[in-house]
Ligand binder design. Sequence first.
Ligand code: VGL
Ligand code: ZN
Length: 198
Amino acid sequence: MVSYDERTALIVVDVQNDFADPAGSLAVRGGDEIVPRVNDAIQSALAAGATVVYTQDWHPDSTPHFAKDGGIWPVHCVAGTWGAALFPALEVAPGALRVHTGTGGEDGYSGFTVRDPLSGVETPTELDSLLRARAIERTVICGLATDYCVRATVLDALRLGYATTVLGDGIAAVDLQEGDGERALGEMVEAGAILSET
Ligand code: VGL
Ligand code: ZN
């Protein structure tokens, strides 16, 4: 059971149709099943005056992130399309904070940074400054997918100095290789994340 306060931000990572809906182009197995737990977390966070931020993978039509353009992924979360929209069963407060990643065709998985696909140079998104402006000291992270965007966001949060909890019942993995999700969780815990249930 995780408790929230005004110095905590709940970061809901990429709970978008292409990942969460079984008909999505990069549907994560069990991606829709985490949503009730994520909604519970959102309710608890809001009730305690915590900040809630939603990240959204937000790609142009062509990006080296996609297999058709030299990357590894099917086309997904193209800006403004159904696949990029937040999954309808997810509770989103009016005026909720959203951070879009990959908007300039960048690669990378973290809500905090994007990576130039050619040079590998990483640049920050607005997420860290948004949290600092609210004097946030701790993050609680859930969403999709455990082995990509959740992993990268958790590792960046720790690197940036946030005490960080990952919600074990609020995440689901792509598992391109069997066990990727479990390995990613191990890495997060090794790096200092606390693994907890909603
Ligand atoms: C993600 C694969 C490709 C994620 C994003 O949100 O975890 N995974 N793009
Ligand atoms: Zn993506």
